[in-house]
Each structure stands twice: as structure tokens, then as C-alpha cells.
Design a protein around this ligand. Sequence first.
Ligand SMILES: [Zn+2]
Ligand SMILES: [Zn+2]
Length: 321
Amino acid sequence: MAGAPEWRFDPLTGRRVLISPDRADRPRRIGPICPFCEGHESETPPEVLAYRDHGSAPNGPGWRVRVVPNRYAAVRLDAGAPWTPPAPAIGPVPTPGLGVAEVILESPDHETHFCEVPHSLVIEVVTAWRERLRHWRTDGRLAFAQVFKNEGAGAGASVEHCHSQLIGIFFVPPAVAAEIERVGRGPCAYCRWLGTTRDGPCAVVESDLFIAVCPPAPRFPGETWVLPLAHASSFEDIEDPELNDLAVVLQDLLVRIRRAFSDPDYNLIIRSAPFRHDETWHWRIELLPRTTTPAGWEWGTGELINTMFPDQAAALLRAAG
Ligand SMILES: [Zn+2]
Ligand SMILES: [Zn+2]
């Protein structure tokens, strides 16, 4: 163990960075030897959730979807003395990198594309995302958690076997807090936006319960969001009958992105409300195909350049169905 993770703050730039030395030790596993395949359960920490075939024992073969603590966690619950939210996570004194990090293994077989994972497993993956978010919300110690997925080395994946991650921390990230602030209380701005976008040129595909749309200011060509048509602020409140519908839309959209943008690496991000939340928010899943690479201009200014208008991307994605 190289050292406990810490948030470091630069008072000149106002920039905060999580320094997490253990992350440097994580193996890059692109190839035939895979710690996430069935039969390699001893290479991960003991599971905290698994959907298993009847009669199979924990931490052995027989699972379909499996959740384990991240062995190379960016944040840890034992990173330092606990502080009570809402403690200042920003300031000149290093703050312990407190939090939780989990990995969701999305298939017992060595699948590398989530859009090719059997549909029944995709439903169980979505269910596992919900259950782990519910678990940590009920636990009460964390302020915020995010489920995300990096597919492909260009999107940050160090293991190619299909997996997603959950990271939970003790404060609400400023970017999330700022969006909540901007949306404000009262009637939901996202619901109003969906009302005008639904039949417009940026809509991609719609099911009974969900819609996929390209957002007004996409960061990458093909950036697409999946939102529930009915207002809901927390992903983890999704009900059982909705899971299949979401899995269908998600997989359909991933296939379209693969066809329309030449099989790009991508990030999937669940933007759900903070755990202690009483204001307006409308959860969404963001899909970010890594079709371009932020470079010097973007690092220097924080201003992103995209090469494709959202209605053009939506037209490509509609045609790719
Ligand atoms: Zn594998
Ligand atoms: Zn809404």
C-alpha cells in the first residue's frame, strides 16, 4: 500500500485533486489472463452482491453478475479520521480520501462490449447498480455516489472484461451542486426540456418509459442521454417493472453508437441526485463516445470543442437502428 488517498487543494488555482497512490498499482489486463472471468474469484476481494445460479457458493463460480470492492480503490473508508458531512472538502489542509469504490462484473464470460452482453444479464447489471446505490444511500455515511463505466482503453478502462464501477464520497461534487443550484426548486426544468425535445431533431429513440436524446451542448460527437419520461430524481428509485425497459433502450443505444461512430470507446455515467436531496433533479444516464480527445486548448481553458452538432449526431443514431 503506497499511502492513503488524500484530496489536495491548490489555493492559487482553486483546483482540487484526489491523490490516490494505490491506483498506480492496478494491473493493466488487456488480454487472455483476466481477473474478472468466472473461475478467477480469488483474484478479487470477497463479493458484496452477486446474482448466482441456485446452489452455487459465494466467491466461487456460478455467478452471472458480481459486485466486489475495488482492490485498487481511489477512495477508502479507512483513509483517515472520519469527518461529519458537510465538512469542508476544500481547503489548504489535506483531507483524507474517504469513500467507497466497488466494481460490478457484468458477465461471467469474457465479454468486452456491453452491447453484446446477453439481455438478461444487462437487466441484472442495471439491478445491481440500483441495489448498490440503495445500499449506500441507506448506509447514511456518504453524501454522493456515482455509477460509471469505462469501456475501452481510450475511455480509461484498465481491464477489458465488461465491468462498471461505483465511487461514493462524503461531499457533493461542486459540478453536481452547481447544476442543482442552476435548475433550482419548483417545476422540473428537465421535464420541461423533454417536452420540447421529444419530437425534435435531437431525439434518438423512445420506449414506453425512457427516451434517448442528444443534449444541447454535447461534449463529444454522439454524446447521448437516456432519461426517464416520468419525473424521477434518483436512479436508485427505479422500480422492478422499469428495469427491462431501461435495459432495452440502453443496449439499443449502445448498438447504434457502435454502428454510427465506428465502435468507439465510451464512458457511461449515471447522474443521479445526491443522497440527501430535496430539490429538483431528473436523473439521466450519459453516454460519452470518445470520438475526440480533449487536448491543449481544453486542458488550458476548460472549454471543450466538439465537431458535430447534436441534431447531426441524433440523425446518425436514428439511422443506425
Ligand atoms: Zn474476463
Ligand atoms: Zn423532471
